[in-house]
Write a protein that binds this ligand. Structure first.
Ligand code: NAG
Ligand code: NAG
Length: 241
């Protein structure tokens, strides 16, 4: 092989090598644990990289993943919740009246809490889905500690908030370099569901999407309206297929 060909081949292979150091892994709803990390009322105020109305919706959507997929055990945790960080919103607590709520008195990284570690280990799950405020501390510290302990981690980007977009990008880069899957809410839902014909599948997930991801809920409502009672307006019939 000519040197230039060799060089081109090597350079082309480089990104592939970097990618394959963390092989693609699919979420399995039977092996996943949902963690709600410090989505506290005080901390909510320092999540400024999303519109605050959207971000509250994203916090609830992340928390409600365990309602959509009942095979997922759920652990809630808070950081110094009697101080400025504040409590978890009642809407989130009400979703899981019997789930463990690990109130950390001081540990910033949830993994430093023996009680939290014991709760995670007790589930026996190896795939961890999490989101937290703030992205660069609560989410990134725990996500990387879990990676170091051999867990597979999916960080829900949309329900992790921090002070600026620049800080978020930095935190996401750090997590990705540690092999954390930094992903969207919809990617988690579809990865867990896998097939619209599954259970949970379209029947269970559509109402959930209608509440927590209205862009899909409205799409389905519009489609239903068109199928049940739709007529074409002038011009529509002539559009290309
Ligand atoms: C989860 O477990 C159920 C019941 O054992 C099984 O039917 C299903 O195929 C499993 N799902 C996955 C993704 O492995
Ligand atoms: C169907 O559409 C007509 C107008 O085109 C409307 O008057 C009627 O209420 C609709 N029916 C339903 C069930 O949505």
């Amino acid at each position: 092989m000519k040197f230039t060909t060799l060089l081109t081949t090597a350079l082309t292979a480089l990104p592939i090598l970097a990618d394959s150091s963390f092989p693609w892994e699919r979420l399995n709803k039977n092996d996943s644990l949902l963690i709600i990390v410090d989505l506290q009322e005080g901390l909510y105020n320092i999540a400024r990289d999303y519109d605050p109305t959207l971000f509250k919706q994203n916090m609830l959507a992340h928390s409600a993943l365990g309602l959509a997929f009942p095979t997922l055990p759920v652990i809630l945790t808070t950081s110094a919740s009697t101080g400025p960080n504040g409590p978890l919103p009642q809407e989130i607590l009400d979703m899981y009246p019997t789930a463990p709520v690990i109130a950390r008195q001081g540990e910033v990284n949830a993994w430093d809490s023996p009680e939290f570690r014991a709760a995670v280990k007790a589930t026996g799950k190896k795939q961890i889905i999490l989101a937290g405020i703030v992205t660069d501390v609560c989410t990134a510290f725990l996500a990387r500690s879990l990676r170091a302990e051999g867990y597979s981690v999916w960080a829900n980007q949309e329900a992790s908030g921090t002070v600026t977009k620049e800080i978020r990008d930095l935190a996401n880069d750090q997590m990705m370099r540690a092999g954390v899957n930094v992903v969207s809410l919809f990617s988690i839902v579809c990865d867990l569901m896998r097939d619209w014909r599954s259970s949970p599948g379209a029947k269970e997930i559509l109402p959930w999407l209608d509440t927590y991801m209205p862009v899909y809920g409205m799409l389905a409502r519009g489609h239903r309206a068109a199928v049940e009672n739709g007529t074409l307006i002038p011009g529509e019939a002539d559009l290309p297929l």
